[in-house]
Design a protein around this ligand. Sequence first.
Ligand SMILES: [Zn+2]
Length: 349
Amino acid sequence: MSSSSSTSPTGDAVTLRRNRILSSKLYFDVPLSKVPLIYSSAYDISFLGIEKLHPFDSSKWGRVCRFLIVEGVLDKNGIVEPLEASKDDLLVVHSESYLSSLKSSPNVAMIIEVPPVALFPNCLVQQKVLFPFRKQVGGTILAAKLAKEQGWAINVGGGFHHCSSEKGGGFCAYADISLCIHYAFVRLNVSRVMIIDLDAHQGNGHEMDFSNDSRVYILDMYNPGIYPFDYEARRYIDQKVEVVSGTTTNEYLRKLDEALELAGQKFDPELVVYNAGTDILDGDPLGRLKISPDGITARDEKVFMFARERNAPLVMLTSGGYTKTSARVIADSIVNLSKKCLIDFHRSR
Ligand SMILES: [Zn+2]
C-alpha cells in the first residue's frame, strides 16, 4: 500500500478538501425545464487554426448537440450550461504545483500533444485551451448532481481519464473524473462509485487517484497495445478487460456482456461514471479497434441497462474519439437511448 500524501490525505487535508467542495458554486440548482444534458459552446476549441494539427475534431462537442437538435430529440433551451471549474475547485484533487505547471505553455503543449502551443503566450493558452477544458470539468462535476436527481446525465465533453492529481497527459489537463467523484462523496452522500471506462485507452489518471480507495470500483476495458502503457496504474484496476488491436464488434460486445455481469456481482454502485470514448470505432487512428457505429450504440445501451437494473444514477462522458464521424456516432447512440426509454428528453419538448 502506498503512503504518499495524495492517496492517503491527512486529517487536515480531508477537512480542507471537504470545505472546498462545500463552498463550490459548481453544484447549482437546475430548473425542471432543462434536461440533464450538459454542454456549453465554450467547450469547443479553436485556436488560430492550429487545432487542425491534432488528429482531433476539436468541435465534436458542439456537433453532437447540433445533430440532436436537428433530429428533434433535444431543444436548444433544454441544455444545461455548466460553470467553469475555479482554482479552488481544481485544488480538491490537484496540487498547487501541478496547477502552476500549467502556466508554462511548453508544458501544456506536451500534455495536449500539440507542439506549436509551446510558442504561444500562456494567457492565450489559458483562454483558448485551458478555459474550454475547465468548462468541461465543471460539466462533469455537475453531471453527478443531475444524475442523482434525474437518474442520468450526459456531459457532452469531459472524460479526461489520463490526468491524475499530479500529472497530465494524452490531451487531458484536468482530472475531471476524480473531481466528479470526490464531489459526489461529499455533496451527494455517495460512498460506492463504479467507473466503467470503455474508451480505447487505459484510464490511468483515475486509476492512480483512487489506487487505495475501496469506495471506487474500476472496470476498464482497453487496448493494451496503445498509449499510455501505464503498468503501475494497471495494478489499481479492479476489473481489467484487455481488447487487442483489431478486435471486432461481436467479440467486443461479448466481452462487455461478461464484464458487466461480473462487475454487477462484485460491486453494488450508488453512482456509475461511464467514460464512453468513441475511439474504439473502426478506422480510429489511435484506438486501433474495429467496432462498428452500431456496436457503439449497443455498447452504450448495455451500460445504461446495467445502471437502470441496479437503480444507480449514471453519468456519461464522451471522452476520446475525434474522427470526423465521432460526433454523428455519439448523437445516434443518444437518440437510440432515448428511443429505448433509457433516457428521457420529454421536459424539453
Ligand atoms: Zn482514448
